[in-house]
Design a protein around this ligand. Sequence first.
Ligand SMILES: Nc1ncnc2c1ncn2[C@@H]1O[C@H](COP(=O)(O)O)[C@@H](O)[C@H]1OP(=O)(O)O
Ligand SMILES: [Mg+2]
Ligand SMILES: [Mg+2]
Ligand SMILES: [Mg+2]
Length: 347
Amino acid sequence: MSYEQEKQIAIKAVTAAAKLCQAVRREQSVSEGANQNRVKYFTKPDRTPVTIADFGAQAIICQALAEAFPNDAVVGEEDSGLLQEPEMMEGAAQITDYVKRQIKIATPESVKNWIDRGNGTISDRYWTIDPIDGTKGYIRGGQYAIALALVEGSEVKLGVLCCPALPLTFAEPESETGVIFVAVRGEGTTMIPLNGGSPKLIRVNCRTPQTNSNVFDELHLRMVESVESSHGNMSLEAQVGEVVGLNTPSLRIDSMAKYGVIARGEAALYIRLPSPLSSPKRQNIWDHAAGAIAVEEAGGRVTDMYGRPLDFSCGSKLFNNQGTIASNGEIHEAVLAAVAKIIASSY
Ligand SMILES: Nc1ncnc2c1ncn2[C@@H]1O[C@H](COP(=O)(O)O)[C@@H](O)[C@H]1OP(=O)(O)O
Ligand SMILES: [Mg+2]
Ligand SMILES: [Mg+2]
Ligand SMILES: [Mg+2]
């Protein structure tokens, strides 16, 4: 199945959401400390940050899905509950204003309803949205992603991963910024410049980055890691990298853009281990779905830390998986062996 209609609707929706995110970042950044510009944020009950752009982006994507696929369930990160709080009054009004720039008919009520359309439950076919993945990166001017995926059964079939701040390639620092990775099961992964520059469609592959061979070796031999050390288990992750021979300094960037970097061969490994290893905490489906298919369809592999495929059929979290490993494929078995040793020695 080609998922052509789903693909076109999804690309259009994430592009509109990215425009909202870029406008909010441009217009709502406030100076904080020495030369630091940060997007204003609120804190959710789980102590994580959220901005008006997270809500606005979810509203835009849910509206597009409701119009095109009214029967499909949608599982997104945000819900409108926080917008009822008195300190969110001004923010809630701003969300409607920003959404209106993309969808003329938006009202405070419709925006709230679109956001909450993302509170569906998983079913045989559903969409999952992370309206801004890497909100901390978004706030401080780093990388972030808008992630949308279609799941059928336990498998992701379509992934659209928009990285508005990611250069077309790290090999050319002057290259244009903003890309969308598009992956369809069985059809490969392509990269589209967000701002419509040329070339329009670039097929990406984990093992052949668009760089010369010297650069390839350097990029090929590194890990891509989080900026936030509290998000994973960095010392163990570094240990794994060393064992499998990734000796070049890691690339540290926020968000699911890390999956995009693996998909286009600019790093060999993105590993996220629980901290501590035995932690019962599980990962959210929307933090992995779109990125995982981008890597797999580019010739890479994605599993959990025991080598099990990610199972998207059991709820809003990956309850059947622990940790995640995305690689260029070539080194995956060596990574799994290194992780197995670490797990064995930790008990
Ligand atoms: N305290 C935390 N521990 C683990 N993951 C987190 C934490 N806070 C946010 N995240 C999620 O980690 C991912 C990005 O982190 P990183 O850049 O380290 O990969 C995002 O999915 C982010 O959610 P969100 O989508 O809300 O930004
Ligand atoms: Mg969040
Ligand atoms: Mg996320
Ligand atoms: Mg998010």
